[in-house]
Design a protein around this ligand. Sequence first.
Ligand SMILES: [Fe+2]
Length: 279
Amino acid sequence: MTKTPDPFFFIQLSDPQFGCFEARGAAPGDGTFPETALYETAIAAANRLKPEFVVVTGDLVQDSDNEAQHSELMRISAQLDHNIPLYLTTGNCDVGNTPSAESLRIYREKFGNDNYSFDFHGSHFVVLNSSICLDPSEVPEEWDSLVDFVRSDLDAHSPTSKHTIMFMHHPLFADSADDPNKDIRYIPHERRSVLLRQLRKHGASGVFTGHWHENHYSSDGDMLMIISGPVGYPLGDDPSGLRIVKVYDDRIEHEYFGMDDLPNTVELKSAIGRASSTH
Ligand SMILES: [Fe+2]
């Protein structure tokens, strides 16, 4: 008899994007970053709530050449409890809207792999460099190797995993898999369809993204398509915040919290307490 995996939760942070307030004319102009207090609040919340892991879905900094922005990102990231793994995802601000061999080399030198996967409690998590999916025109071989990675990784891990969840910076679509191509808002059809085929084949539970700096929710069948608001500069009605994602045996629950409205605890219903469910 297969043991039911314990429920757990993780925290999604997106777009800390040090330097964005300044780029938008909303910084004090004294060299300090408004992003500092926001990211510190998010990391302090993680230390208090103790998620299984923290994932940052891209746009780590505004300007990948800016050493002060990078240093501040790393200084605060290092404040995360060392027992809590931190997984970084690359965004368009980190490698460009049209990534180049050089921008990818610099990112990988600083942060390591941009396409990788990991597992927790019987669920499988895949991190992708969605800037390559958006526009691989300068690095077509990178798209080929990304697809090879997704195919082989999901073939190897997904069949034995309770959930398969993907993290990327750009959403696959806004409201429907059939959404027409729309500039840099989400992945164009040509490559969206390739990724969706793999996600559908493996019954993925969700794709968690950022990029819009505001929340937006849709789905593809049973697969959640989540766009999360920013840790940093907000571009819509949603405040700077973070998302708590609860992973149960039979479902995913998630909720976005503004930095001024963070919970003190996260409650998970135990598997025993759900004995009368469909399992
Ligand atoms: Fe961003």
